[in-house]
Design a protein around this ligand. Structure first.
Ligand code: TXD
Length: 321
C-alpha cells in the first residue's frame, strides 16, 4: 500500500500559547495529550519553544495522539488561532518591587497581545500572567476585542486549591466538592463558604468557623506556600490544568460555569473591571455572568478586592503612558 499525504487539509482547532515557560509548556502538553487542538508554542527566547515542541511531538506515539505542536518565535505561525493564551512575563526578581513587575509584565502583555491578535483577529483570549486581574484588563485594551472574548485564569485555580484543602481535611473525594471563589487573585480572593458544598451540603454545616477560616487562609496563600517550598520558581501544574479546563470549555462549547476574571458591566455593582465571577464559558467566550446573592459582608469584600484591582490598573496606565 502506498501511503499518500492527504490532498485536502482538514481544519483542526488551534491554540496558541504565548510564553513557553513552565505554565505554557505544561499547558501545551495537557491540550495536545487530551487531543483538544493543535498547539503553537511561542516564546521570545530562540530555540526554547522549538525544543519543547519537538519533545512533545516525540511523545505522540507513546501518548497516542495526533495533535501537532509547533514551537516558534514568529507570530505568523500563530495565524488563525481559535484561542490565544498569554503566559508570557517575568517572575519577580530580588530587588524588584511589585510595581516594577507590574510595569514590565504590562509592557510584555500589551506587546504580545497586539502581535498575536493581528494574526488571529477573532480569537478568544485567555490571560494567565500576573498580576492577573490587572493584566487581563491591559490585554483586553490592547486586543480591541469585545470584552466577552477576553478572560483571565485565577478562579479555577483558587477554587481547585480550596477544594483540595477541604478534601484533605474532610477525607472526602475532591470530586464531590464544589468550591466558589470570587474576586481578584491571591490575597484579594473572596472564598464563599456558604456556596461551597460537599456532596451538595454547604461546608458551613460540616465544619466549624475556625476550621473554615484556616482553610480559607491556606487557599489565599496557595501560590506563596509553593514558592516558599520551591524557593526558585512557582506553581505550574495546577495553573496549567486550570487553564486547560477553560480552553476545553471554549473549544468544545461546553457552556460550563467556571469562575474566571470576566469584564463586569454593572454586575455585583461593578463596572469596567475584570474580576473573578462565576461565568458561563462557551465558544463565544464569557457568554454570561452569574450574579450570586451575596450578604453585605461578602459584597463588601468583593468591592474591596475590586478597588485594589482598579487602583493597580490606573497606576499601570500611568506607568505605561
Ligand atoms: O493563577 C494564575 N493566573 C497564575 C499566574 C498561576 C501561575 C503562574 N502565574 C503567572 O503566569 C506567573 O506569575 C507569570 O506571570 C506567568 C507565567 O508563569 P510561568 O511559571 O510559566 O513563568 P516562566 O516559566 O518564567 O515563563 C514565562 C515565559 C518565559 O519562557 C519567557 O521567556 C517568556 O514567558 N516571555 C516572553 N514570551 C514572548 N514574548 C515576550 N515578550 C516574553 N517575555 C517573556
Amino acid at each position: 500500500m502506498v501511503v499518500r499525504p492527504p490532498t485536502v487539509a482538514c481544519a483542526t482547532s488551534r491554540v496558541s500559547i504565548i510564553g513557553a515557560g513552565n505554565v505554557g509548556s505544561t499547558l501545551a502538553q495537557r491540550i495536545s495529550e487530551k487531543n483538544m487542538a493543535d498547539v503553537v508554542l511561542l516564546d521570545v527566547v530562540e530555540g526554547r519553544p522549538q525544543g519543547l515542541a519537538l519533545d512533545l511531538m516525540e511523545a505522540r506515539g507513546v501518548e497516542r495522539h495526533d495533535r501537532l505542536i509547533l514551537g516558534t518565535n514568529d507570530y505568523a505561525d500563530t495565524a488563525n488561532s481559535n484561542i490565544i493564551v498569554v503566559t508570557a512575563g517575568l517572575a519577580r526578581k530580588p530587588g524588584m518591587s511589585r510595581e516594577d513587575l507590574m510595569k514590565t509584565n504590562g509592557k510584555i502583555v500589551q506587546d504580545v497581545v497586539k502581535q498575536a491578535i493581528a494574526y488571529s483577529p477573532s480569537a478568544i483570549l485567555i490571560v494567565v500572567t500576573n498580576p492577573l486581574d490587572v493584566m487581563t484588563y491591559i490585554a483586553w485594551k490592547a486586543s480591541g476585542l469585545p470584552p466577552r472574548q477576553v478572560m483571565g485564569m485565577a478562579g479555577v485555580l483558587d477554587s481547585a486549591r480550596f477544594q483540595t484543602f477541604l478534601s484533605m481535611e474532610l477525607g472526602v473525594s475532591v470530586a464531590d466538592i464544589t468550591a466558589v471563589v470570587l474576586g481578584g487573585h491571591g490575597d484579594l480572593m473572596v472564598p464563599l463558604p456558604r456556596y461551597t458544598t460537599v456532596g451538595g451540603i454547604p461546608i458551613t454545616d460540616l465544619m466549624d468557623a475556625s476550621t473554615i477560616a484556616r482553610i480559607v487562609e491556606r487557599t489565599r496563600n496557595g501560590g506563596a506556600e509553593i514558592v516558599e517550598l520551591m524557593q526558585t520558581g512557582s506553581a505550574y501544574f495546577a495553573p496549567a490544568s486550570s487553564t486547560s479546563v477553560m480552553v476545553e470549555a471554549v473549544l468544545l462549547n461546553q457552556t460550563r460555569l467556571l469562575p474566571v476574571a470576566a469584564y463586569l458591566e454593572g454586575e455585583y455593582g461593578l463596572k469596567d473591571i475584570f474580576i473573578g465571577v462565576p461565568s458561563r464559558l462557551g465558544c463565544q467566550g464569557v457568554e454570561s455572568i452569574l450574579e450570586l446573592k451575596l450578604t453585605d459582608e461578602e459584597l463588601a469584600a468583593l468591592h474591596t478586592s475590586a478597588q485594589s484591582v482598579r487602583k493597580n490598573v490606573d497606576r499601570l496606565n500611568e506607568l505605561l503612558a
